[in-house]
Design a binder for this molecule. Structure first.
Ligand code: NI
Length: 277
């Protein structure tokens, strides 16, 4: 089986999996074209689990962080533990962090506070950041700007972009499951962001994300499942898994008018560069 896909955002650490279910999901990755999966933390327990998964499986890497939904419970001890977790060689990013004003599961001032503290940790430790942004009305990007996430010093600390890459130098800020317009995507790429597209790009009525996937520079595009959520067509309605990132790649290839192999190879190379794998 040729390994040619990178699922840049999945939750193998999903808290409702039994050990058997988690092992089955991992086994299917092993016998699939998926070369790498980033297992992304959303609270402290899932961050610890992601770090453990990454240590155990050669194809698994971890991001650790506290999601805005869990921001109310975020403590100084948690921040210190995230700093420790980031020392492991296969814990490669801070995330998913950000703001969620759609569900508002934590008070907004607590969301902002947890977000700012975790951005500062990412800047201090020099790791890429994976962003969750829902209905913040631009505040997520504003806070990233205020904290210096797009500074020249931040960009210079990472290996340079591939020759011929379009856009501002890469600040290693990934907008996960991007749901904005193509215009917004171009604006954020101009700041140094990278865009990650998930299963909703396969949904029939989702013209907005189809345009994003078709039009942004390929050098700033990553693909993901956000498994077990957001299952792509034609499997919608079932639990999602990292192996379904192939369906996202195939849809993007169709939208861009390029081959599936080219789409897979480019997004794999982009993700390896982004996360320094
Ligand atoms: Ni997620």
């Amino acid at each position: 089986m040729e390994k040619l896909l990178f699922d840049s955002h999945a939750h193998i650490n999903y808290e409702k999996y039994t050990d058997g279910e988690r092992a089955a999901v991992m086994g299917r990755v092993e016998s699939s074209p998926v070369a790498f999966v980033l297992d992304v933390g959303f609270d402290m327990a899932s961050s610890r689990l992601a770090a453990r998964d990454a240590a155990a499986w050669p194809w698994c890497y971890a991001a650790v962080g506290v999601h805005p939904h869990d921001a109310d419970a975020f403590t100084a001890a948690d921040l210190a533990e995230l700093r420790q977790l980031l020392k492991a060689p296969k814990v490669v990013a801070l995330g998913e962090i950000g703001l969620d004003y759609y569900r508002d599961l934590s008070p907004r001032d607590r969301q902002r506070d947890a977000f700012r503290k975790q951005i500062r940790l990412a800047l201090e430790t020099g790791v890429p950041i994976t962003i969750h942004d829902r209905d913040s009305g631009g505040e997520t990007i504003q806070i990233l700007k205020e904290e210096g996430a797009f500074s020249d010093a931040r960009k210079a600390a990472f290996p340079p972009d591939a020759p011929g890459a379009i856009g501002a130098p890469d600040a290693r800020v990934l907008l996960h499951c991007f749901s904005g317009s193509a215009e917004q995507a171009f604006e954020y790429i101009g700041l140094g962001c990278t865009i990650s597209v998930a299963g909703p790009v396969t949904f029939k009525n989702n013209k907005k994300t189809a345009r994003v996937a078709a039009e942004i520079p390929l050098s700033r595009l990553l693909i993901e499942t956000d498994a077990p959520y957001l299952t792509p067509e034609p499997l919608r309605g079932r639990p999602n898994e990292p192996v379904n990132v192939e369906l996202v790649a195939r849809k993007i290839a169709e939208l861009r008018g390029i081959s599936y192999e080219e789409t897979a190879a480019a997004t794999l190379a982009n993700a390896r560069r982004f996360f320094r794998i």
